[in-house]
Write a protein that binds this ligand. Structure first.
Ligand SMILES: NC(=O)C1=CN([C@@H]2O[C@H](COP(=O)(O)OP(=O)(O)OC[C@H]3O[C@@H](n4cnc5c(N)ncnc54)[C@H](OP(=O)(O)O)[C@@H]3O)[C@@H](O)[C@H]2O)C=CC1
Ligand SMILES: O=C(CO)COP(=O)(O)O
Length: 335
């Protein structure tokens, strides 16, 4: 089914973590009134009375006339044309469980960088299969984009991905302005999987830093990660794509070196000697790479791509392989 987003399309955001909050900030700054599904009563109350999310990016103050926070998922979705999903992938099904309003006349944008656990599907694949939506009415909002920087107005280049470039432009217009620059792509498969894989590689980098490896080795690890990502995309879904651009390589780089990266931090804690369980307990935000390491291994059983870095992360996280020895073994497989 063809789907054309209209000029006056209304947006709604599902989720109230840091990325959802930053996204609402961008949309609201562009003068739009944004529907916002917030199921946490404390967050909802604070948004309504003070215009702030007390749990995530609490410095960001919203113009209350431009946000419509609500715990009525059906109402929020009903009133929107573009529904932006911004929950961690692990909780997406849980967030969408109360939905009874059909999605067939909506355009869904995933801002999520993860796989739906249990289903072993990306968010795009999951929405397509479970809600019967055409790939023509599903898009991505992605790129190197730590919420902390986006919300503080730091220059950021983001990418909108849709099979129809006209729809991508319409979505992009909602975010453009200020310090946001936009790129466009039609590579739904490659950009979504690339964003999932980079979380696993950032975890590997965190591990290496925690174990005491230096910048020379980190450069090798990241270069090999970029190669592994490209290999996975080319072998699992060949297409004409340039994985050197920001939505693939840029996102890998920022997640590997940024102090804001949750995936890098999880790896760092384990590299410093925490058990996986205690490192996960220590995290105050979600590291998607933890779930992705298991899901990608499952998916790659089909494709059989050589992925030594993702495999190392999997063994450390899920099989109790010692981090130091695993990283040492990995060093013999890199070029
Ligand atoms: N943060 C960023 O810079 C960016 C994030 N993304 C992607 O956006 C998605 C959302 O991430 P982000 O906003 O950062 O996540 P956060 O860690 O900031 O927020 C987590 C959200 O998930 C909820 N949550 C946490 N644990 C549970 C649980 N056990 N059950 C149900 N809900 C839970 C939290 O609710 P509560 O507070 O009530 O626990 C909160 O709403 C991810 O896919 C991420 O990769 C993409 C680009 C940038
Ligand atoms: O996707 C991100 C930056 O582009 C966020 O990465 P982390 O989840 O590791 O913080």
């Amino acid at each position: 089914m063809e789907y054309k987003i209209g000029t006056g399309a209304r947006c709604a955001v599902i989720g109230y973590g840091s990325w959802a909050t930053a996204i609402v900030g961008l949309l609201a700054a562009n003068g739009q009134r944004v529907g916002w599904y917030v199921r946490n009563p404390e967050v909802l109350e604070s948004l309504r009375t003070e215009g702030r999310n007390p749990r995530y990016l609490s410095d960001l103050e919203f113009d209350r006339d431009r946000i419509a926070p609500s715990d009525d998922l059906d109402g929020v979705v009903h009133d929107a044309d573009i529904v932006i999903l911004a929950t961690p992938s692990a909780y997406l099904k849980d967030f969408l469980a109360p939905l009874t309003v059909p999605l067939r006349d909506k355009f869904i944008v995933s801002a999520i960088k993860g796989i739906v656990p249990g289903d072993y599907q990306t968010v795009v694949e999951y929405i397509h299969d479970h809600y019967g939506l055409s790939y023509k009415q599903i898009g991505l909002f992605t790129g190197p984009s730590h919420a902390e920087e986006v919300s503080r107005g730091k220059l950021s280049y983001l990418t909108v991905v849709c099979t129809d470039p006209g729809n991508a432009q319409r979505i992009g217009e909602k975010f453009a302005g200020g310090n946001i620059r936009l790129s466009y792509s039609t590579d739904l498969y490659g950009i979504e999987y690339g964003a999932i894989l980079k979380n696993i590689y950032a975890l590997a980098v965190g591990l290496a830093v925690g174990l005491g490896y230096g910048d020379n080795f980190l450069a090798v690890l990241i270069a090999n990660s970029a190669g592994e990502m490209t290999r996975f995309l080319e072998e699992s879904y060949p297409d004409k794509r340039d994985t050197q651009v920001s939505a693939y390589l840029g996102d890998l780089l920022v997640t590997c070196y940024s102090v804001y990266s949750r995936n890098r931090r999880l790896g760092l804690l384990i590299g410093h000697g925490c058990t996986v369980k205690s490192a996960l307990n220590e995290m105050t935000m979600v590291a998607e790479g933890y779930f992705a390491a298991d899901c990608i291994r499952h998916i790659n059983a089909r494709h059989k791509v050589d992925m030594p870095i993702a495999e190392t992360v999997y063994r450390v996280l899920y099989e109790g392989a010692p981090a130091r020895r695993s990283m040492q073994e990995l060093t013999t497989k890199l070029i």
